[in-house]
Design a protein around this ligand. Structure first.
Ligand SMILES: C[S@@+](CC[C@H](N)C(=O)[O-])C[C@H]1O[C@@H](n2cnc3c(N)ncnc32)[C@H](O)[C@@H]1O
Length: 309
């Protein structure tokens, strides 16, 4: 039976607020709950997760669950996927993804040596405890974290999905992540948590950070664990191919005319639209459609053309 985990209240989302992916199987929900109990007790023994550089902390369990579920529903994250967390802290989101949806591997990059040292113990002990309780198999791929700034990472391959709660990561670090994401042929999607983009087009802002063409699949408010501070989670799918503006040949079957632009529709969008046409719609689909309408409305109010490609 699906369990609605919900998303922890409001805050930070503004007009973009839309639920995205809140249903998870009961068995997975129980394993995720156990994971967070185990992580809380091990973090207490470690004396907290603080380090010496940058911001410390994670978003709440329900927030991370919503991000994971949105990546699953709209960006194909599954047991074959490999997740990378830029600014991994103690490795909470990496372990969450190992438990649900059970990704094949997960890797973190963390600049702070103190957090990195704590992460080594934190991850080993958490995974060992879950294995002892029969919640993870013995052959599970234990998440790894490297101690280095993202600016020194040379490639994200063979990873497929990315996450970053990038509050406190400098602009140069975000740009380095963007370049790596755009260059990695295996990377399909990225979720970032930050303060709201408000009236700016999130996909355009990501493009400015060197991520290349991406499509917003969902955005919703999340809260920081402990302080309850509000942030917004944005989930983007890589647009592997963008049509030129002046397209003279007949568009291929998977493109759809939007104004003067023939927009490529990734298979997931076609699938979601087909599902909607049959009477069903996911929260992400609604979020995406609402976002598109908002961007179009803002563009027409400003007399622009929507900033296409
Ligand atoms: C808000 S924390 C998020 C921690 C973790 N992802 C989580 O959600 O639990 C951001 C992390 O990014 C790290 N960080 C800051 N600048 C960085 C950089 N240039 N390269 C890699 N990590 C960085 C910080 O040390 C901090 O641990």
């Amino acid at each position: 039976m699906p369990v609605a985990l919900g998303i922890g209240g409001t805050g930070g989302g503004g007009a973009e607020s839309k639920d995205c992916g809140t249903a998870v199987r009961e068995k997975d929900a129980k394993a995720v709950e156990a994971l967070y109990h185990v992580m809380a007790s091990i973090e207490n023994k470690l004396g907290g997760g603080e380090g010496v550089v940058g911001v410390y902390g994670s978003i709440t369990r329900t927030g991370i669950q919503a991000v994971v579920q949105c990546l699953v529903e709209t960006c194909g994250m599954d047991e074959y996927s490999r997740l990378v967390d830029i600014g991994a802290g103690l490795g909470r989101p990496l372990m969450h993804a190992i438990v649900h949806p059970g990704v094949r591997s997960s890797w973190g990059v963390e600049v702070d040596i103190i957090k990195w040292e704590k992460a080594q113990v934190f991850i080993q002990q958490t995974i060992a405890t879950l294995q002892k309780r029969g919640l993870l198999t013995k052959d599970v791929a234990v998440p790894t974290v490297d101690c280095m700034p993202v600016e020194q990472v040379t490639s994200l391959e063979p990873h497929t999905h990315g996450y970053s709660f990038w509050e406190g990561i400098p602009l140069e670090g975000k740009r380095a992540f963007g370049r790596l994401f755009a260059q990695a042929a295996t990377m399909r999607a990225i979720a970032v948590v930050q303060r709201s983009f408000r009236r700016r087009d999130p996909a355009h802002e990501m493009r400015k950070l060197a991520f290349g063409p991406v499509r917003l699949m969902g955005s919703f408010p999340v809260k920081m664990s402990g302080s309850g501070r509000g942030f917004t989670a944005y989930v983007f799918h890589k647009n592997a191919y963008t049509q030129p503006l002046r397209h003279v040949a007949p568009p291929p079957a998977e493109t759809k005319r939007e104004g003067r632009i023939f927009a490529y529709q990734p298979p997931v969008i076609r699938m979601l639209r087909a599902r909607k046409a049959k009477g069903g719609a996911s929260a992400c689909d609604d979020a995406n459609a609402a976002h598109g309408r908002r961007v179009q409305k803002e563009a027409s109010q400003e007399g622009g053309d929507g900033g296409g490609a």
